[in-house]
Design a protein around this ligand. Structure first.
Ligand code: PEP
Ligand code: MG
Length: 552
């Protein structure tokens, strides 16, 4: 690809970053079984196995030493697996006796271990995935391939991929990645959400991105949605990550009306970051993010430990925990075992409790135990609610588990239209504008091509938000916003004007949103909301609200 080529996509995480391109390593191909090593060459071939396994184990050990907490423990366990003498001996035997290539021998030896573990089920079966990971690493080492997954690099790099799984994206924390570019993915995809929470500039939907050669320097502009190849030296120097405005810990309008600004988190590390950033509480704890790599359901004890890690930094403050929102783009193997034709419309979120009520009840029990052990004010809400019966049943289960405050997310048009009735059975609601836009506009939030439809400024979405706000005001109940819209400084005043009583966002957006609200009164927000509601297109809504705010 030539220098100075500008590729366009959708900026989904602000800031700029420049570095050489590294591609997400493809999965390791299965080594051919037909290769037969000549008897005279088998000894040398077999010796290469121990060498490769030792190199992999050493590298995992180094990474483990440099990591902390759970990541360190996972890497250390992987190091032990890579150095497993049984695995190596089995592979060596396959070379010496059968003439298999070293790579094929490791593949088959690991395969035998893996099926043994899978047959045992439960926690042991989960280790099968670890064996596969180590197998891929040793095979990659033998064949001189890039290690699978997020590449390990000593110097900064821009990661380019067709798309990333949430688990891949989460693994970026602590890596040398300075920006992300993907060919697929939408603005509210979980990849985009995690990129924002990590503060990594990201552009998605960049057609042709995977054609950029490895090592070519690119400048990624997450604000403008642009990727430039081989940019001028001066542009690279200027490519510093956008500074985030500081937050003083209080969301307040110019007339003194308090608008609590809360954080969206996916686990304990995020919660610590959120507390450090001054978040007034947590408005959305995506519990499924704690268990993305699990193949069996976490025990109640494991869940209590994970939840306490999030509650602890928010002693005395509100933490809204969302029950598992598994499915669609965040499938959890233990909760979504079936292939679905249409997973966004399938058995996801609260609907999983239809099949497996114990999974929900165990989670609620774990949350009640965690709440009792910590002093945060725990509130619990369910994702993907469409009917009043679902909301009532959820609230009943919460109360039976000993959780006093139960709410629901408003993510379906049905829930928005039924908001008044829903307030009769739950204590609060939180608008999940990402899904509300997806379902209102019938536009897959993962498709960057439909990003213009997946826009909370769409009048139909704004009007549904307005209905929920009005129902909340009439019922005297809180209406939070925890979708990405809540962290958009231009939209925040409109949401408040539409009746939202708190906003929850990635910690990095707190300062920007606080600044946008500080100069406006509640009356200004209502005027901006009225102007947006009267518009007939998303562009007009945005322009009308901005004009109303500029006049304030
Ligand atoms: C939403 O849909 O707006 C939301 C906050 O939930 P998630 O993004 O996790 O689906
Ligand atoms: Mg959602």
């Amino acid at each position: 690809m030539a220098s100075g080529v500008v590729l366009r996509g959708r900026g989904v995480s602000a800031g700029r970053g420049a570095a050489g391109v590294v591609h997400l390593a493809p999965s390791v191909p299965e080594p051919p079984a037909e290769v037969s090593i000549a008897p005279a060459a088998r000894d040398a071939e077999a010796k290469s196995i121990a060498r490769a396994a030792a190199a992999v184990a050493t590298r995992l050990g180094e990474r483990s030493a440099a990591a902390t907490g759970e990541a360190a423990a996972i890497l250390s366990a992987a190091r032990l697996l890579a150095a497993d003498p049984e695995l190596i001996a089995d592979a060596v035997r396959r070379v010496e006796d059968d003439g298999a290539s070293a790579a094929r021998a490791v593949w088959d030896a690991a395969g035998a271990q893996e099926s043994g573990l899978s047959a045992l089920g439960g926690r042991m079966a989960e280790r099968a995935a670890d064996v596969r990971d180590v197998r891929d690493r040793i095979v990659a080492e033998l064949l001189g391939l890039d290690m699978p997954g997020i590449p390990e690099r000593e110097s900064p790099f821009v990661l380019v991929a067709v798309d990333l799984s949430p688990a891949d994206t989460a693994a970026l924390e602590g890596s040398r990645c300075v920006a992300l570019v993907t060919e697929q993915g939408g603005p509210t995809s979980h990849t985009a959400i995690i990129a924002r929470s990590l503060g990594l500039p990201a552009v998605v939907g960049v057609v042709g991105a995977t054609g950029i050669p490895d090592g070519m320097t690119v400048l990624v502009d997450g604000d403008r949605g642009v990727v430039e190849t081989d940019p001028a030296e001066a542009s690279i120097r200027a490519a510093t990550v956008t500074a985030d405005a500081a937050f003083d810990g209080r969301g307040i309008l110019a007339d003194g009306v308090a608008v609590p600004l809360l954080a969206n988190v996916g686990g304990a590390a995020d919660a610590v970051t959120a507390a450090d950033a001054g978040a007034e509480g947590i408005g959305l704890f995506r519990t499924e993010f704690c268990f993305l790599d699990r193949t069996d359901a976490p025990t109640v004890e494991e869940q209590v430990a994970a939840y306490r890690g999030v509650l602890a930094p928010f002693a005395g403050r509100k933490v809204v925990v969302r029950t598992l929102d598994a499915g669609s783009d965040k499938p959890l193997p233990f909760a979504n075992p079936d292939h679905e034709q249409n997973p966004a419309l399938g058995v996801r979120g609260l609907r999983i409790a239809r099949r497996d009520p114990a999974l929900l009840d165990d989670q609620l029990r774990a949350l009640a135990l965690a709440a009792r052990a910590e002093s945060a004010q725990v509130e619990v809400m369910a994702p993907m609610v469409a009917t009043v019966e679902e909301a009532r049943d959820f609230a009943d289960r919460c109360r039976a588990a000993g959780l006093a405050r139960a709410g629901i997310m408003i993510e379906t048009p049905s829930a928005a239209l039924l908001a008044a009735e829903l307030f009769e059975v739950v204590d609060f609601v939180s608008l999940g504008t990402n899904d509300l836009a997806q379902y209102t506009m019938a536009a897959d939030r993962m498709l960057s091509e439909l990003g213009d439809l997946n826009d909370p400024w769409q009048p139909a979405v704004l009007r549904l938000i307005g209905m929920v706000g009005a129902a909340g005001t009439a019922a005297g109940r809180p209406v939070g916003v925890c979708g990405e819209a809540g962290g958009d400084p231009a939209l925040a005043p409109v949401l408040i004007g539409l009746g939202a009583t708190s906003l929850s966002m990635t910690s990095r957006s707190l300062g920007r949103v606080a600044t946008a609200l500080a100069g406006l009164t509640a009356q200004d927000c209502r005027r901006a909301a009225g102007a947006a509601l009267a518009a007939s297109t998303a562009d007009e809504a945005r322009a009308a609200a901005t004009a109303a705010i500029d006049r304030a």
